[in-house]
Write a protein that binds this ligand. Structure first.
Ligand code: DX5
Ligand code: ZN
Length: 210
């Protein structure tokens, strides 16, 4: 399992210290919110750039913004290794995927709880990762939605049947219990915010998920 702590639940007064506490994680998940696609605002490219010298962990950037095409390059230039955009935000997903390929960054596509796996089926052979949202995007600390497990199973079946290699990531409400459902369904990446950071021993929480 790849574990990606979501820094949305970290201490924004001292981010570099927060990420030191999750040094055992392979990836760091960076939630970008624009107050438009989701009803909250969070991190911009300047934060990614500021954090980049402090760690060599993979920066997994989750764009919850209405215009990912406009801002993707800024995040890549700032140090993002993987960029995930929401299928609900683009008219022409293939164009967005090609744009990210040109930027030389790993490509992820995310679906909200009400969006079907079918809606991203045509793109699965072109991308590196699917991010299944297991809460409504916008806030940390929400309860895991069980319908996401069915989507992980469906993606896992398609991947096997078609011989594809995209990673399946799940984001929202992940803890030691919900992680088990996701693992059994075929998830490869667990993104967890409050479970990891609202603890005195974040690295221990990362290890417990793995
Ligand atoms: C929600 C974000 C998540 C969030 C997860 O919109 O995409 O990454 O930080 O937080 P928890 O793990 O607390 O549900
Ligand atoms: Zn996220």
């Amino acid at each position: 399992m790849i574990i990606a702590p979501s820094i949305l639940s970290a201490n924004f007064g001292n981010l570099s210290e927060s990420i030191e506490k999750v040094s055992s994680a392979e990836w760091l998940h960076v939630d970008v919110m624009d107050g438009h696609f989701v009803p909250n605002m969070s991190i911009g490219p300047v934060v990614v750039k500021g954090l980049r010298p402090y760690t060599s962990q993979v920066f997994d950037t989750h764009l919850m913004i209405s215009d990912p095409m406009k801002y993707a390059k800024e995040f890549v230039d700032a140090g993002s290794d993987r960029i995930t955009f929401h299928i609900e935000t683009v008219k022409d997903p293939m164009q967005m995927i090609e744009h990210l390929h040109e930027l030389n960054v790993k490509v992820g596509v995310s679906i909200k709880p009400a969006t079907s796996v079918e809606s991203i089926a045509p793109y699965l052979s072109k991308i590196d990762q699917v991010l299944v949202m297991s809460v409504e995007p916008g806030f940390g600390g929400q309860e895991f939605m069980m319908n996401s497990v069915l989507k992980i199973e469906e993606l896992s079946r398609i991947r096997k049947k078609e011989g594809l290699s995209f990673l399946i990531a799940v984001d929202g409400g992940i803890n030691k219990e919900t992680a088990v459902f996701c693992k059994k369904a075929g998830a490869d990446v667990l993104i967890a915010g409050s479970y990891v950071f609202k603890s005195d021993h974040p690295n221990g929480k990362v290890d417990s998920l793995r």
